[in-house]
Design a binder for this molecule. Structure first.
Ligand SMILES: [Zn+2]
Length: 303
């Protein structure tokens, strides 16, 4: 379902977004790199190892920005034993829970970077008048991301975005892989749904956190996709809606079609470079505006 023409926005929301958006495009952590070490806020115990590991691999993410994201070790591990990090931003008054994932495909480095930038905006940037409980998993496939060269699949060679338990997965995922992808090794769905620790971790997040919206960041197709109920956003920044269909075992198919949770899939235009800081901020503002129009009213009606 598409509805590009209706983009009415409540005046209160616009005011709130405009008032909280600073004129400059500088990131939340800018400036801290030049501070003396003693003046910097102390990093949580887990932030430093995560940043030691990931900052050298990611485009346009400074160490101070990564440390400020305060990534926490979820306790879950990738196939190679790398922690799956998350950042939880609870709010006692939140009526809406939103899960943001980056780099489920390890060779989409910019996706992890945008998720980390957005953690900064969730803390200090433009916000909805109503509080939101955000949960970020910026690097869902660390083994693929840290491989040289980076790899789409996880360390078992599984495309994690084909490993979710959609109906008839056993029949459809293998058939799709053999016939439609011609056994593309980059798109191997695995031997069974949720065979991989990384997809199991995200599935657990969906079961426990019960997000009312999932935002999955990918690259490099330069479009927006949408699955599930609700009216999709027509654009986020320079990215426009272009619904490309569904795949057996994909997160959009599982979350959006099967579980009825709206899934916004962002395809950044470049896997190795992030959009400009101002564009990342505009995408965030447009996401919030759409959430205020379409997702919050539904979430407030039925919990
Ligand atoms: Zn992808």
């Amino acid at each position: 379902m598409r509805e590009g023409g209706r983009r009415r926005t409540g005046a209160a929301l616009l005011v709130a977004l405009a008032a909280s958006a600073p004129a400059s495009a500088s990131g939340p952590a800018s400036g801290s790199a030049s501070m003396p070490a003693a003046a910097r806020p102390a990093a949580k115990a887990v932030a430093a190892p995560a940043c030691d590991t990931f900052v050298p691999a990611l485009p346009n993410v400074s160490r101070s920005q990564c440390v400020a994201a305060q990534l926490a070790d979820s306790g879950a591990r990738s196939v190679r034993g790398v922690p799956l990090y998350l950042r939880d931003l609870p709010d006692a008054g939140a009526r809406l829970r939103v899960l943001v994932t980056g780099a489920i495909h390890g060779d989409e480095l910019s996706a992890a970077s945008v998720a980390l930038h957005w953690i900064g905006l969730a803390q200090h940037g433009p916000a909805l008048p109503q509080p939101v409980h955000w949960r970020f998993v910026p690097m869902l496939n660390p083994d693929g991301l840290l491989a040289r060269p980076p790899r789409r699949t996880n360390a078992n060679g599984v495309d994690l975005n084909r490993n979710f338990p959609t109906p008839r997965w056993e029949r459809d995922a293998r058939t799709y892989w053999e016939q439609r992808t011609r056994k593309d090794p980059r798109r191997w769905p695995g031997r069974k749904p949720l065979s991989e620790p990384e997809s199991r971790f995200l599935h657990e997040q969906m079961e426990q956190f019960r997000p009312q919206l999932i935002v999955a960041i990918h690259a490099p197709y330069g479009v927006l996709d949408f699955d599930g109920p609700s009216v999709p956003p027509s654009r986020l920044g320079r990215l426009y809606l272009d619904q490309v269909g569904i795949f057996p075992g994909s997160l959009g198919n599982y979350g959006g079609v099967h579980k009825g949770v709206p899934v916004v899939t962002i395809e950044l235009p470049n896997a190795m470079r992030t959009p400009l800081d101002a564009e990342m901020r505009q995408m965030w503002v447009d996401l919030l505006r759409w959430m205020g129009e379409r997702i919050l009213p539904a979430a407030s009606g039925a919990r």
